[in-house]
Design a protein around this ligand. Structure first.
Ligand SMILES: [Zn+2]
Length: 305
């Protein structure tokens, strides 16, 4: 299978329009080496001819323009077969509206994500005013065949707070209907059996999540921040990465330590927030990631599994 990182940054991109953090400043003024990145999304294909997006970011128009394999076929054709969603975050779904010219959008989403898009953010009714939308329900744990490629979604632990999410009990735990609110995808090439896992949003690397990652030939994983309290330290937000349903990379218990111990052939950080110093190419943190044999994902990164 082939994969292309369309956007390697978290929500807001790199630089973010209203952010003056050290990384965003560096990429604007060139004072330190840093490469701009668009918002989080990948494309995946079994054969290079048929492609599926995983998430549709607000930057989808430029992401498709920059990807020759995703250019139109004939006068008005597209290699795009559909869009798989990991969740209903606006940064992962706003691009659906920008795909309206395609004559219809085919969504793969869990029931929880579908419900949030319809009743919470209202993005689905908006999209349906512009083009037909069809839906394949993604059921965590169940295999779904795309022809040459199959996927199995799995539940990713997420933050308790979700203003659009399904009901929670008094302790903040999502009730039964909360399952499927955030998922990762495990893709298998049906010809070779090789596996790629895409997990751009996960709050904790629990034993269940590590089981889903096990044996993958490629892991594309949440690299949101370096420190868990990075946004707090910078005075940009009151929430930690964990509070927002994401991982931190550095330090004891950070994802770099945990994931490199798994001995996977290839790990790529995606969904990297603009505050994360691994985006600064001369930083100690970037050097530490690279020394561990892990890639900091960038837009346009092509991977074959
Ligand atoms: Zn910033």
């Amino acid at each position: 299978m082939r994969l292309r990182v369309l956007g390697a940054a978290a929500g807001g991109g790199f630089p973010q329009w209203n952010c003056g953090c050290p990384g965003c400043r560096a990429v604007r003024d060139g004072s330190r080496p840093a490469t701009p990145r668009t918002q989080s999304s990948i494309a995946v294909s079994p054969d290079g001819d048929r492609w599926w997006l995983v998430n549709a970011s607000p930057d989808v128009r430029t992401q498709l323009a920059d990807a020759p394999a995703l250019h139109p076929v004939g006068d008005r054709g597209t290699p795009l077969q559909g869009v798989l969603l990991t969740d209903a975050e606006i940064d992962h779904t706003l691009g659906l509206v920008l795909l309206r010219e395609g004559g219809g959008v085919h969504l793969h989403a869990t029931a929880a994500t579908h419900r949030t898009l319809r009743e919470g953010t209202g993005l689905l009714p908006t999209l349906e005013r512009f083009c037909p939308v069809s839906w394949t329900e993604v059921v965590p744990g169940a295999d779904h065949d795309l022809g040459g490629l199959s996927y199995r979604a799995f539940d990713a632990p997420t933050a308790k707070h979700d203003r659009f999410g399904p009901p929670r009990d008094a302790g903040g735990t999502a009730t039964g209907s909360g399952a499927g609110r955030v998922v990762g995808y495990r893709f298998t090439d049906t010809a070779t059996g090789r596996v790629a896992v895409y997990l751009p949003g996960v709050q904790a690397l629990t034993p269940e999540v590590l089981d889903e990652i096990a044996g993958a030939d490629l892991l594309l994983v949440d690299g949101t921040t370096w420190h868990d309290d990075e946004l707090v330290r910078l005075g940009l937000a009151a929430k930690t990465a964990h509070d927002m349903g994401h991982l931190h990379v550095g330090g004891p218990g950070g994802s770099l330590d945990v994931l490199t111990a798994l001995d996977l052939p290839r790990i790529v950080y995606v969904h990297v927030n603009n505050t994360n110093p691994i985006l600064l190419e001369d930083s100690d943190e970037r050097a530490e990631v690279e020394k561990a044999g892990v890639t900091v994902g960038h837009d346009g990164l092509e991977l074959e599994v």
